[in-house]
Design a protein around this ligand. Structure first.
Ligand code: YXS
Length: 257
């Protein structure tokens, strides 16, 4: 059974995360299904996409599937990590992708929603980036996704506390484009997608791609890049990272001595 549902609604598509038993944790299989769904939507010439979870779920997504984080001293958020591939697939999709968020969003799923073009939430939504809970040295492109969206002090608060920002804070700091009631969430988001589909998708697609290219144009010199990778390597090959994952899998609190 696919871990995402797809539906075509008029000129837009709806992709629903469907791995409730693991709180929509973003496994390699779920990401593969998500990328396949995006390809299907591209073939169907949709003019917008809504990415959502079931309205019955308290969790939109629990983030990266922790059981799939590497423990062989490999970089947990390398270029080829499935979640990174999923993030790039959304970031590069030729039409607007709207995250419709009912429930809590954790870790890499927060990064995934930040790569959607718009986020519409209801009062149950909350956003937490949680590498500090696991000893994960987040990656430069991921941190850039946050810095492109939020003030530095808010990015630091999210990474340094690993605490969820609730719906009101998410609207206040700019994570959410719109905060609407639970009852209105679906109709509001679908109406927004319907409106976007009445406009020039040629114009919108080229503006989206220009915005991506310009946003990605930040450059780092080679020595700085090597320094960053050395800093990260010391962490993902260190004690905290392995303790963080073991503690999660053993359902206990980590001991970051
Ligand atoms: O014990 P079973 O087999 O029923 O499985 C449980 C959980 O182990 C599983 N599950 C996950 N499995 C893999 N990866 C996950 N991220 C994950 N989250 C949950 O789902 C089953 C039900 O979980 P349970 O009983 O905790 O559900 P709940 O409704 O009481 O609580 C829902 C959550 C989301 C509040 C809770 O599951 C939770 O706090 N999950 C972890 C959220 C999190 O810290 N995610 C960050 C993942 S690491 C990541 O995204 C990046 C690498 S980074 O660290 O850099 O941000």
């Amino acid at each position: 059974m696919s871990s995402v549902h797809t539906e075509l609604v008029d000129k837009f598509g709806v992709i629903t995360l469907n791995r409730e038993e693991k709180r929509n944790a973003l496994s390699a299989e779920l990401i593969s299904d998500l990328v396949a769904a995006l390809d299907f939507m591209k073939q169907s010439n949709v003019r917008a996409i809504i990415l959502r979870a079931s309205s019955k779920s308290k969790t939109w997504s629990a983030g990266h599937d922790v059981s799939e984080l590497p423990r062989n001293n490999a970089d947990p958020l390398r270029w080829s990590d499935p979640l990174e591939e999923g993030i790039r697939a959304i970031n590069r999709f030729p039409t607007p992708v709207i995250a419709m968020v009912h429930g809590t969003v954790w870790g890499g799923a927060c990064d995934l929603t930040f790569n959607c073009d718009l986020i519409v939430g209801d009062p149950t939504c909350a956003f937490a980036i949680t590498p500090a809970k696991l000893g994960v040295p987040y990656n430069p492109s991921g941190i850039m996704h946050f810095l492109m969206r939020l003030p530095l002090n808010v990015v630091k608060e999210m990474f340094f506390t690993a605490l969820p920002l609730n719906a009101d804070r998410a609207l206040q700091v700019g994570i959410l484009n719109h905060l609407v009631s639970e009852d209105e969430l679906e109709a509001f988001t679908y109406n927004l997608a319907t409106h976007i589909c009445t406009l020039s998708h040629h114009s919108i697609s080229v503006i989206k791609e220009q915005a991506r290219i310009i946003a990605d144009s930040f450059s780092i010199n080679t020595e700085t890049w090597e320094y960053i990778q050395e800093l990260r390597r010391r962490v993902y090959q260190g004690r905290h990272y392995h303790e963080g994952i073991e503690a999660f899998l053993e359902k206990r609190s980590p001991n970051f001595v």
